[in-house]
Design a protein around this ligand. Structure first.
Ligand code: HAS
Length: 552
């Protein structure tokens, strides 16, 4: 599928190896997590009981941790490292070694956490909320994963700084800029989760302290948890803004607009964690409302992205002679999996984003909170918009890194995979949204709400979820088959790493967008504004425990 004529710019083989190491772990995670997901939908349908004493929450923890935390983080770190290498130049030895140490730390941590989950010593779900308690090694594992990801992040920051030094006064390459923004957001956000794990959950699990303040730990988690979802989203946006225009033969609508939308994510994605805690006691309604308003601000860069994508597609279509309101749609390369798969992701993000806006709408949250509607929401966003885009990226990136090509046969299979995903997810997520509106709770096994007698109303939806889940599992098998083919068996050759150009090359991106003192300064101010007083409230009003610990 190498439909290009210019000389291919290749990622250096040493950086390619680093990227591939991340992708191997990510795709092993996909298999394990996908299998757990299939079993869950079957259990929830009431048609299947787990063998060998495996608990529903143990399975759900495995599914959430492996897919939402492990698979995504590895894919994103790998993708960002090779994207920086491709656009800002080969990593230096020091940068590459730092990233490798990060990779191994993350991997040791992942294995520790996974073993604890498999031993049923850490069935605490992917949010590991207290008072659910896991074995200390689970928390140590998580700490290593975070520490490792900081080293990977350091490699990206070092590569960016080196590029800026060599190119004074020049805006950095767009993909590198985007990877840097996502990295900075990640580092600021993970401080929250690292604090709760290190200072609350780990000492508590080791028995050093008797109790933890649950409200504080949840607040620290969601300080991290919401930017986490944008950490997943932004690499997909990198592909939508920069890669997809090149694949269709078009141009990036505006380089500056793309950069501005990323800066807005950096500013507004962190001070909004309360929108996950709107139903929780201990936080004043006024502070919750402030964060609801800030949440509506973080919707703006997504609307800018939608606008920019429509503009790219329409401008391209019209340049090919398309007429009428939607004539440009016909000109898009529907037979090219590298385009179609991320495009299905974009489509799913329209209802996914609308669902998010409903969740965030203050009182409306009462209707959906803790129902399976929320699970439907994040299966459209992270498990379709984001993951399908990651698959779409893999279909050209894996062969690019392994020196192979995406053949016509694999392209066809990839299209089938994307279509199956769309069908499976329509069933599964659609049924989740509908059952949620009827009050079906999330995170509940069939037996927990008394079986068919109490849940009769929800049963058809749960069966629809199982049907969707089974179709999705077939799609996962296809992805894995394609991945193995592209990594080890596809014909040798050169596959392009597509990097688009802006429509107006004369328009230089304003350098203020790379003024990190300014942006990080505003980030700190916004966080201080949104969190300081409510946090002091939480600590001051915390009940005193039997040992007299107030906070930790
Ligand atoms: Fe969310 C819960 C609000 C986006 C993930 N969210 C979750 C959870 C996850 C998650 C995992 O306010 C559950 C956490 C848990 O376990 O408890 N979410 C939002 C809002 C947005 C949003 C306002 N979420 C995401 C993304 C996620 C994600 C992205 C993962 C990647 N979410 C919430 C709230 C909750 C929540 C509450 C808590 C609920 C509760 O009570 O527990 C926004 O960012 C959404 C903005 C998106 C748009 C759409 C733009 C559309 C685009 C596509 C254009 C298409 C094109 C193609 C161009 C405005 C860019 C078109 C072509 C044609 C031909 C038509």
């Amino acid at each position: 599928m190498s439909s290009f004529t210019e000389k291919i710019k290749k990622v250096d083989p040493r950086d390619a190896k680093l990227g591939m190491a991340h992708f191997y772990v990510a795709f092993i995670g996909l298999f394990i997590g996908g299998m757990a997901g299939l079993l869950q939908t079957l259990v929830r349908s009431g048609q299947y009981t787990l063998p060998a004493g495996i608990g529903y929450y143990q399975l759900l923890t495995l599914h959430g941790v492996v897919l939402a935390l492990v698979m995504t983080t590895y894919f994103i770190m790998g993708f960002q490292l090779v994207a920086v290498s491709r656009t800002a130049g080969t990593l230096s030895n020091k940068q590459r070694t730092t990233a490798w140490i990060g990779f191994w730390l993350m991997t040791i941590g992942t294995v520790m956490a996974a073993v604890m989950i498999l031993l049923n010593e850490a069935s605490v779900l992917y949010t590991f909320y207290a008072p659910l308690q896991a074995h200390a090694l689970f928390y140590v594992g998580l700490t290593l994963v975070i520490a490792g990801s900081w080293l990977g992040s350091a490699a990206i920051i070092m590569a960016y700084v080196a590029w800026r030094k060599q190119n004074p006064g020049q805006p950095s390459p767009l993909l590198t800029f985007m990877a840097l923004v996502n990295t900075l957001m990640w580092v600021v956000a993970t401080i929250g989760v690292a604090s709760t794990v290190l200072f609350q959950l780990l000492p508590w699990s080791l028995g050093i302290v008797e109790r933890v303040d649950v409200a504080v730990s949840r607040t620290l988690f969601w300080y991290f948890g919401h930017p986490l979802v944008y950490f997943w989203l932004l690499p997909a946006y990198m592909a939508w803004y920069v890669v997809v225009p090149k694949i269709i033969g078009g141009k990036i609508f505006s380089d500056s607009l793309a950069r501005l939308s990323f800066i807005l994510f950096l500013l507004f994605s962190i001070p909004v964690g309360f929108h996950h805690q709107l139903m929780e006691p201990g936080i004043d309604a006024a502070w919750k409302f402030l964060q609801v308003v800030l949440t509506f601000l973080v919707i703006i860069p997504s609307l800018m992205t939608a606008f920019s994508l429509f503009a790219t597609f329409e401008t391209f279509g019209r340049s090919k002679g398309a007429t009428g309101l939607f004539g440009w749609l016909k000109e898009l390369p529907w037979g090219d999996a590298r385009f179609l798969i991320p495009f299905i992701g974009m489509l799913s993000f329209i209802p996914g984003g609308a669902g998010g806006i409903i969740n965030a709408s203050n009182q409306m949250n009462q209707v959906v909170h803790n129902t399976i509607w929320v699970t439907g929401h994040f299966h459209l966003t992270v498990a379709t918009a984001v993951i399908l885009t990651f698959f779409g990226i893999s279909y050209w990136l894996i062969p690019h890194l392994t020196g192979r090509t995406l053949t016509k046969a694999m392209n066809k299979l990839a299209i089938l995979q994307g279509v199956l995903w769309a069908i499976g997810m329509t069933f599964m997520s659609g049924a989740m949204h509908a059952a949620g509106l009827l009050g079906a709770p999330r995170r509940s096994a069939f037996s927990e709400y008394g079986g068919a007698a109490q849940a009769a109303e929800w049963i058809p939806y749960q069966i629809a979820q199982a049907v969707g889940g089974s179709i999705l599992f077939i799609a996962i098998i296809l992805v894995l088959y394609i991945f193995i083919n592209l990594a080890f068996f596809a014909p040798k050759g050169e596959e392009e790493f597509p990097v688009g150009e802006a429509a107006n090359l004369a328009e230089k991106a304003p350098m203020v967008l790379e003024n990190w003192k300014l942006w990080l300064g505003i980030v700190v101010l916004l966080i201080a504004f949104a969190y300081t007083i409510p946090f002091i409230d939480l600590i001051e009003n915390a009940p005193i425990g039997s040992k007299g610990y107030k906070l930790w």
